[in-house]
Design a binder for this molecule. Structure first.
Ligand code: AMP
Ligand code: ZN
Length: 486
């Protein structure tokens, strides 16, 4: 097992040696998407960063339980429990049931994650599937004296909590300043303190999603879902909690408060936060209206784009920045990534064509050590990619006959590419996929030819029409059958 992994902990504001509570098991919770609309590329960046972390932890020999929730209720437009319910608003707009909205955008999210070749989490719990757990947790918080009910709403008492615990531990802000700078929210004057936040929100008669609770009909606040679900699947104390940096100041601060108020200790030992994807320096967000959808980027169908970029080009582009740096979106940077990714894949495809010699001019063990060091240094993917271009140089030098590699070193090099390019960075060769697709099509065309020769026209038509429905047009000519995308 890899014992040299350092990761940056937001709690301590420094890199720390990763020491799991219960090695080789690792528990990791990441705040998932709010599925009331399509995920934008900024969201994807965060989930890709945690995919990299998940993959590297597994490579390091850990048995990881990776829990990433789906927020399908309780998230109001303002992160401080104000405004409309995001799902209800969207449901009205699209004239659908809230659960149809949830289903539609959850499926869309999964499609995008698959296109970007990310691994599924071990558990993907939904907020609506854990209402009972959330109610139970709120009951304990009230019983411990940190929550209070007023007219069907339940609030968390930040002032009371701050007598014993440090509410701003995650972001190191000054509580007095925060109080002074937090405005009173309209319609919530019943709260005792301005920093108090909702644990349970009373439903209006027209509220679409509401549940029975000890405080009447209502729905849970956004923050309690993550505390309840992380505790259920990972225990009251677990290893890593993650999410985008924008979540630290409110959502994660409140999560820590809820968990401590309930079980008297910090939920996670390491808090990891990914930095934002920006457009011209501004954070990409749904509300700012500068959100690129992944499909717009893949197809190039967006006024700011010169052309489309494949999912793996986009992934490579994102991995070329460290997860804690901001990353600005630009055509030029994407074009450079496209070239870089092609160069990497071209070299990888030469691996099987290299001739071996008795001796080796290259030390693959040293290169592997550099790759491991890069990832051990807080998952530094840009440095790893730079090292992988050293592997590209080696491959090209041997292929051009300007250097020698032994059979043993070549095996090590292949293993290194397999581990770091495919397993850890989670890249895949899209050209090879196209080749596979071509072979499958050729096989189907051959089957149709045989059917025609046997006068089995029902089958040959079925194949032609079936392919047509998939957007593939067959054309019979003198030289045989060719195909094109319809
Ligand atoms: P949401 O669907 O808004 O709850 O966000 C899902 C995840 O995406 C959260 O972890 C956010 O912090 C993250 N996120 C939102 N906007 C961006 C962005 N522009 N860049 C990177 N991550 C983001
Ligand atoms: Zn969360």
């Amino acid at each position: 097992m890899n014992t040299g992994l350092q990761l940056y902990n937001t709690l301590s504001r420094k890199k720390e040696l990763f020491q799991p509570l219960n090695a080789p098991n690792v528990g990791m919770y990441v705040c998932g998407p709010t599925v009331y609309s399509d995920v934008h590329l900024g969201n994807c960046r965060t989930f890709m960063s945690f995919d990299l972390i998940f993959r590297y932890l597994k490579y390091s020999g850990y048995k990881v339980r990776y829990v990433r929730n789906i927020t399908d209720a309780g998230h109001l437009e303002g992160d401080r429990d104000e405004g409309d319910d995001k799902f209800a608003k969207r449901a009205k707009l699209e004239q659908l049931e809230p659960m149809e909205i949830v289903q539609k955008y959850t499926l869309g999210f999964h499609d995008v994650m698959r296109m970007l070749n990310t691994l599924s989490p071990s558990i993907e719990p939904t907020a609506t599937g854990h209402i009972i757990e959330q109610i139970e947790m709120i009951k304990v918080i009230i019983a411990n004296g940190y929550g209070y009910e007023i007219d069907g709403n339940v609030y968390f008492d930040v002032e009371k909590y701050s007598e014993k615990y440090n509410y701003t531990i995650l972001t190191n802000r000054n509580l007095e300043d925060m109080l002074a700078n937090t405005r009173e929210l309209g319609g919530q004057n019943e709260k005792r303190g301005r920093l108090d936040f909702a644990l349970w929100i009373k439903a209006k008669p027209e509220t679409l999603m509401q549940w029975q609770s000890p405080w009447g009909m209502g729905f849970p606040g956004w923050h309690i879902e993550c505390s309840a679900m992380s505790a259920k699947y990972l225990g009251a104390e677990f290893d890593i909690h993650g999410g985008g940096m924008d979540l630290a100041a409110t959502h994660h601060t409140n999560e820590i408060a809820q968990s401590e108020a309930c079980s008297h200790h910090q939920p996670a030992r390491y808090w990891m936060h990914t930095n934002m994807l920006t457009v011209n320096g501004t954070r990409m967000s749904k509300s700012a209206g500068n959100g690129f959808l992944p499909l717009e980027l893949f197809t190039g169908d967006h006024p700011l784009l010169k052309k489309g970029y494949s999912p793996m080009t986009v992934k490579f582009f994102m991995l070329q920045a460290h997860y804690r740096s901001t990353l600005d979106f630009s055509n030029e940077a994407l074009e450079a990534s496209e070239k870089g990714f092609r160069r990497l894949m071209a070299a990888v495809n030469l691996l099987d064509k290299l001739s071996v010699s008795d001796q080796s001019d290259f030390g693959i063990d040293a290169l592997k050590e550099k790759c491991v060091n890069a990832m051990n240094d807080d998952f530094n993917s840009p440095v790893l990619i730079a090292e992988l271009f050293e592997a590209v140089r080696i491959i090209n030098t041997v292929y051009d006959g300007k250097g020698k590699i032994s059979a043993e070193s070549l095996e090590k090099l292949k293993q290194l590419i397999n581990d770091f390019v495919f397993d850890i960075l989670g890249l895949k060769d899209e050209e090879t996929r196209n080749l596979e697709m071509n072979s499958v099509l050729e096989m189907v065309i051959e089957l149709r030819k045989e059917a025609k020769e046997n006068k089995d026209y029902a089958t040959s038509d079925k194949i032609r029409i079936g392919l047509q429905e998939l957007g593939i047009q067959l054309k019979d000519g003198k030289e045989g059958t060719t195909w094109s995308k319809a």
